[in-house]
Write a protein that binds this ligand. Structure first.
Ligand code: HPA
Length: 239
């Protein structure tokens, strides 16, 4: 079996898939954390790997950038590959002044200005939610690892470069801006699966500070460890 964007066979993916945006970041996660990785997909250079972390089977595959791309991969993983849990590990821009570079944001829910909502027949102001169990696990793991974090709503935008001010775009209570979480949470709810986004602040729309693309690739170890611990704790919950 294969899909238009995935050449893996049924059973090649673990029940839990970590999804960074960038294929090079998935390689980084695999090289640093995953034992005995096997390449299961290479369509369009989006390598998917399956291996183990602390003895638990985990897959890692990039989502690409933006909600259309995330939606394709999440849909196919949930619908055709038996995947139960997707954990996005991505970057986000801070929308509040007390989020610093490299702080973590655990996305309890996501709002958007995207037309993606209408494809799922939900109202424009609908904010899909993270899986509550994975969300609680991620928050406790941030506490345990003493990582600086905030938990709350994120804003998924269709535009990295935008000609409107932030206040014209995002809900007032959104902590950070990124481009994929709403689509991930919508797909999870349609298929009755679980999803969570854990994000690391790569820039601030409040102060204008930024990180380099190299830092974005490798400096997000805390978030990756949180996501992997959540994957371990979810083991056996979908059997
Ligand atoms: N906008 C959208 N997505 C992002 C940003 C941003 O400023 N920073 C990191 N991901």
């Amino acid at each position: 079996m294969a899909t238009p964007h995935n050449s893996a066979n049924l059973g090649d993916f673990a029940k839990t898939v970590l999804m960074p945006g960038d294929p090079k970041r998935s390689k980084f996660i695999v090289d640093n954390f995953i034992e005995n990785p096997v390449l299961v997909n290479d369509v369009r250079g989006v390598q998917g790997y399956t291996g183990t972390y602390k003895g638990v089977r985990v897959s890692v595959m990039a989502s690409g950038m933006g909600m259309p791309s995330m939606s394709i991969y999440a849909y196919e993983l949930f619908k055709f590959y038996g995947v139960e849990n997707i954990i996005r590990v991505g970057s986000a821009g801070a929308l509040v002044k007390d989020l610093n570079l490299f702080d973590i944001v655990v996305a309890k829910c996501a709002c958007t200005d995207s037309n993606m909502l209408s494809a799922f027949n939900v109202p424009k102001d609908f904010s899909p939610q993270a899986d509550s169990e994975m969300y609680e696990l991620a928050v406790s793991e941030c506490e345990r690892q003493k990582l600086p974090y905030k938990a709350g709503k994120v804003f998924s935008s269709d535009n990295f470069y935008c000609h409107k001010s932030v206040s014209e775009r995002a809900d007032e209570d959104a902590l950070a801006i990124e481009m994929e979480t709403t689509a991930l949470y919508l797909n999870a709810s349609v298929f009755n699966k679980r999803a969570l986004s854990i994000l690391t602040v790569s820039d601030s729309l409040v102060t204008g500070v930024e990180t380099t693309s190299e830092q974005r690739r490798s400096a997000f170890l805390g978030m990756m460890k949180v996501a992997l611990e959540v994957a371990v704790k979810m083991d056996g919950k979908n059997d």
